[in-house]
Design a protein. Structure first.
Length: 260
């Protein structure tokens, strides 16, 4: 049984509202995600999933709301948070190597004016090895495949040794081998007491990947343990359209109208 007390939560949100051009994108979000879970965030296109992550990290402004990481404001907890953005938001033509990208993850600890030394280089190499990218240390990031780029950014988050990790669709556009590798790494983090929060798009894998779930469509549709909230009623409320559960394979076949 997970504890949902705010004081024990890895992430706690109260009254969060975000608006673009005077149109609410997220409305009055209340949420507690417990420590040590692998949590998925799902919802239709335009539901505000990525906006939620960015607003929590201060990357987009919010109209109102209070966000706490392990009981303290995010501003005081930045060093305890790792972030992997969507691949589409990264300038992959920037001239830098895979190793340099990972070392950038250490600047929060070092500060921008202290040069990384042999210790930091060793940590970055270990993180690249964890994601299976040790052979690409000196490769320009633009020369890597999409899946390889995603692994490098995951290594950048890992080297921060954070307590809470936010990942924005890390499995989007990667091959099956890379997806399995990413999920295995995230599970290891969870098993070591970290909290992993993932924006996810594939409903068929929700039950297999996550133990905690937020279903979102501008507001919180449901949140809690996957077995309790991932059901046909909540899916219909979040997605509309035609949704059918196939109990024989424990998979979910889904067709829904896109939300713009």
């Amino acid at each position: 049984m997970y504890i949902h007390s705010r004081s024990d939560a890895a992430l706690s949100i109260r009254n969060l509202t975000v608006s673009y051009h005077n149109q609410p994108v997220l409305w009055d979000i209340h949420l507690d995600i417990p420590t040590g879970v692998m949590a998925g965030i799902v919802g239709p296109n335009g539901a505000g999933k990525s906006t939620l992550i960015k607003s929590l990290l201060g990357l987009v402004p919010s109209l109102s709301g209070d966000v706490q990481i392990h009981g303290h404001p995010y501003a005081a907890q930045r060093k305890r948070v790792g972030y992997v953005p969507q691949r589409s938001s990264v300038d992959w033509d920037f001239p830098t190597t895979a190793l340099d990208v990972v070392i950038m993850g250490l600047y929060g600890r070092l500060g921008w004016f202290k040069r990384p030394g042999s210790k930091e280089r060793r940590e970055a190499l270990e993180a690249l090895e964890m994601v299976g990218m040790e052979a690409f240390t000196d490769r320009q990031i633009s020369q890597l495949s999409g899946g390889q780029q995603q692994r490098v950014f995951l290594a950048r988050a890992l080297v921060q040794q954070a307590d809470v990790y936010f990942l924005d669709e890390p499995m989007a556009g990667v091959d099956a081998t890379t997806e399995r590798a990413i999920v295995d790494i995230l599970r290891r983090l969870r098993d070591n007491g970290k909290t992993v929060i993932v924006v996810h798009h594939d409903l068929q894998t929700v039950r297999h990947y996550f133990d905690w779930l937020l279903m979102l469509n501008a507001r919180v549709i449901a949140s809690g343990e996957v077995d309790k909230v991932f059901n046909i009623e909540h899916l219909r409320e979040a997605y509309g359209g035609q949704i059918a559960m196939l109990s024989d394979s424990d998979a979910l076949m889904f067709q829904a109208s896109k939300v713009t």
